[in-house]
Every structure is written in C-alpha cells, then in structure tokens.
Design a protein around this ligand. Sequence first.
Ligand code: SF4
Length: 307
Amino acid sequence: MQCSLCKAKAVIYRKYEGRALCKKHFLESVEKKFLKTIRKYELLERGDKVAVGISGGKDSATLLYLLSKFQDKLGIDVEAILINEGIQGYRNLTIPYAEKLASKLKIPLHIVSFKEQIGKDLDEMVKISQKEKLELTPCTICGVFRRLLLEKKAREIKATKLAIGHNLDDEAQSILANYFKGDLIRAARLGPKPHVIEGVFVQRIKPLIDIPEKEVALYALLRNLPVDFAECPYAQGSYRWDVRELINNFELKHTGTKQNIVRTYEKIMPCIRESLPKTINRCEKCSMPTSRRICKACEIKELLNID
Ligand code: SF4
C-alpha cells in the first residue's frame, strides 16, 4: 500500500480517516496531533514544570519522548516519575526500559515504590485481599496507591502539571467503565485536563488523548524507543479488560467508535462536572485532600491491616 500523501510505502492505513501514511508522514501526523491537543485544551503554559508518569510501557515512553522533543518549543521543564507497585515478573522487567529511556533523553527520573511508601508490595496486598476474601481487585488497590504516590512525588518536585500517557483507547474505556458502573463522580474527573480543585492537587493532563493505542505503539516502534510491550498479569479479567474487549469489537465493526465515545463525552462533560463537590475535605487519618471523611487509600490500608 502507498502513502496517500507521497506514494512512499505505507506503514499504516487509518480506516477512520480513509488514508494510508508512510513512516515520515505518520510520525509527523502523531506529533501534530500531540501539539494540537496541547493547544486545543490549553494543557501547558510556558514555564510549566511537567512531571511525567512513566512505566517502561509504550504510552508513557511515547509521551516522555514527545514532551522531551518539544520541551524547548513549549517552554517547559520535564522530569519523570516511575511508581514501582511491586508486581513480580512484570514491573521489575519494565523498569530498566524506563531508566534507559530517561537516561537517553537526559530527563531526571524519580522512582517511588509501594513497598517503601505504603509498607507492602502490590503482590503482597493482593494476597492479603484474596485470603481475607475482600472485595478489592488488584487494579483498585493499584490505582488508588499509584495516584496517591504520583501526586505526592509531583508535589515534592514542585511540578505544576502531571502528565499521564492515557491514549484514546484508555479514555474511551474509562468513560464507558464509569457509565457502566454508574459512577458519575469518577466520570466527571475524566477528560484531557481533569477537573481539580486549584492549589489542592497538581493539574493532571493527557496529551495523548486523541491518539489511538495502536498508533502510540507504532510511534514508539518507529522511533525505536526502549519499551516493554508486556501486559500486567492482573490486567486480564479486570473490569477495564472487559470494557476494552467490548469497545475493540465494536470498533472493528463500526469505525470511529472510540473517537465518538470521547467526543460525545467532551460535549456533556460540563454538565457532568456540575455534579462534583465544590469543596474538599481533609482525610481524618492522613489529612490528604478527599471528598470523603476517610480517603480511599486509608480505607484500603485499614481493610488490609497496614499501619
Ligand atoms: Fe495496576 Fe491493574 Fe494496571 Fe496492573 S493492570 S498496573 S494492577 S492498574
């Protein structure tokens, strides 16, 4: 197949655009989309210090590469944070890729571990949860503590933005998962620049939100970024996994489904955000900001008997 723009050999056919692209035009197009997303949603300002959550996987590697490539143009400083949840046979294998990338790009990398900060690895917490027959999935435990530690580290290094590698597929999955669960509060916290109470949380941003997962992976491959393509052993069987399968099957039959989910959500987002609490409490245990009396992290620690 030939590139629709220059007749060179195509590396991808974008069904949703009805055109094929060669390596050069594909890489350019991803970079244009990335910069356009930043402009359109005003994700960054000159002088921002951006903490990038990385994992050694394709999404965060592409995000770190792009932010580093355009950091002078955007007038920003970039540092990376890696959360080591303690997942044997997975995270210990992805960390060297993240270290290699950060060193190649000359970006400072901060590694924070569950074991040091929470007192237990994710694997240990999952074992306790299973033994005690708690209704806590590995992804719930992981997500809550990972968010907490990313936030803490981003504040510690005085970051003004916290960039995460959510791609179009991730966003579409999060939107549908929250609808399916009827979780309006969580649904209200999605979007390219999720709502945060200013001065309380570091503003999260998702510069890859318009790029499909497959294209993020292809970009990382074509740029030869050090990336581990392994899947987390806890991913299969999770709620998100089921939603992902469902959306992928739909996309196969109905091109543009993922874009439609995200675009439609954007239109109704202002209404959904109205439902968010306007004030924030402090957790009675750890004094971290929360909309509840006791924050989710402290609640999980209590359930798992962690001091
Ligand atoms: Fe954590 Fe679940 Fe993602 Fe694994 S799949 S890294 S457990 S959120």
